[in-house]
Design a protein around this ligand. Structure first.
Ligand SMILES: Cc1ncc(COP(=O)(O)O)c(C=O)c1O
Length: 383
């Protein structure tokens, strides 16, 4: 079966935050390319399962059973060569939810938590909203590529209880190599730092890069890691709020579940886990075609910029569907205003991801090619 990712679907008036500029005080005539969900329908196998559930008509308190876990196990085994154990799994209402719970479970007020800016902004929120201390191990940007600063990481690790790893990394698009992860993980083992590995983008990898599950590198790493996974990015199910969190270490798992209960959380979203099971059992072909389509969008963007706006640099992503653009050559005093009000484009401004994002913008390319072309033309027209 061939899926049509070129179809433009109207999302206005559906409550989508991406397509509701009034929710965020943005002008009504901007093209939204910001928050990380996709403008594609979920795969048919998911829609069929949701129709079946709606037809049944009862949405009472529910829990995922054995069959659900078997589907997850099969998925991670075949796609990521990673073996998961049923007792290590906790379902949460999203990965941001899990990261916040994990920070609260593993640290006390004032404790240090390492993040690597520019990075997905709720990481900083999870630390500062809970009155913990942000230890920013800023990424190094050299020759158009980002890397980890391991010397600085080691200094920060001496002061930290937890490290929130973005693997693959949003917004810079790095798919960390096994060697890079091993190096940073060895430091965490040495200094007793627990790792929250957010792997939500693990299914969007461009060849020849390969995703490495951090916890799978060694039993020592598995023992210090909370691995956050979800079908939400992969199959465009964010509004169904369901994530699968794996924790091998019994004591870390106990603390995490205790925090989960203390927050008053209990049964997961029924439609969320029903959709997850359907997607992981029947969505592989759709996903493979989607990743090819996104690779086409990436190529289209790369060519467009080189040929039309060479002053705007694309940081070549190895994974994710988020593009990180370097606008610094334009020397615009207020870049966010320039993009929003001159280009009429709604992107995520670089400084949302930390001060080192100044001069950068993040664009979500998970949309029909015609929409992407519209966005790039808007950039061209103002540059
Ligand atoms: C790295 C990362 N983690 C988590 C999320 C959001 O996860 P959730 O919707 O499950 O809270 C996103 C969404 O953009 C993300 O990029």
């Amino acid at each position: 079966m061939t899926y049509n990712f070129d179809e433009v679907i109207n999302r206005y008036g559906t409550g989508s935050i991406k397509f509701s500029p009034e929710f965020r005080n943005k002008p009504s005539d901007v093209l939204p390319m910001w928050v990380a969900d996709m403008d594609f329908k979920a795969p048919p196998c998911v829609l069929e399962e949701l129709h079946r559930r709606v037809e049944h008509g009862i949405f009472g308190y529910s829990e995922a059973g054995e069959e659900y876990f078997d589907t997850l196990k099969q998925w991670f085994q075949t796609r990521h060569n990673w073996t998961v154990e049923q007792n290590s799994l906790t379902l949460t209402f999203g990965i941001v939810n899990a990261v916040y719970l994990a920070v609260r479970a593993l640290t006390s007020e004032g404790d240090g938590v390492i993040i690597q800016q520019p990075v997905y902004y709720p990481f900083e929120g999870a630390v500062s909203d809970n009155r913990r201390k942000v230890l920013n191990n800023g990424l190094i940007y050299e020759n158009g590529r980002y890397a980890m600063d391991l010397n600085d990481f080691e200094e920060k690790a001496k002061l930290a209880k937890v490290f929130i790893l973005c693997n693959p990394h949003n917004p810079v698009g790095r798919v960390w190599t096994r060697d890079e992860l091993k190096a940073v993980g060895d430091i965490c083992v040495r200094y007793g730092v627990t790792v929250i590995s957010d792997e939500i983008h693990q299914d969007f990898i461009f060849a020849p890069s390969k995703h490495t599950v951090f916890a799978d590198i060694s039993p020592e790493f598995a023992d210090i890691t909370i691995t956050c996974t979800a079908p939400s990015k992969t199959f465009n199910l964010a509004g169904l709020t369901l994530s699968n969190i794996f924790i091998d270490n019994k004591e870390i798992r106990r603390k995490f579940r205790r925090e989960y209960e203390a927050a008053g959380l209990s049964q997961p979203s029924l439609l969320g886990f029903a959709a997850c099971q359907a997607a992981y059992s029947g969505g592989v072909e759709w996903l493979e075609q989607l990743v090819k389509y996104l690779a086409g969008n990436l190529e289209f963007t790369r060519d467009f910029l080189v040929n039309n706006v060479p002053s705007v640099k694309l940081i070549e992503p190895e994974g994710t569907y988020l593009l990180w653009f370097d606008f610094r050559e334009l020397n615009v005093p207020n870049l966010d205003d320039f993009i929003l009000n001159k280009a009429k484009l709604w992107l995520d401004g670089g400084t949302m991801f930390g001060a080192s994002g100044k001069g950068f913008q993040r664009l979500n390319m998970a949309c029909p090619r015609s929409t992407l072309e519209d966005a790039l033309l808007r950039i061209k027209n103002v540059c």
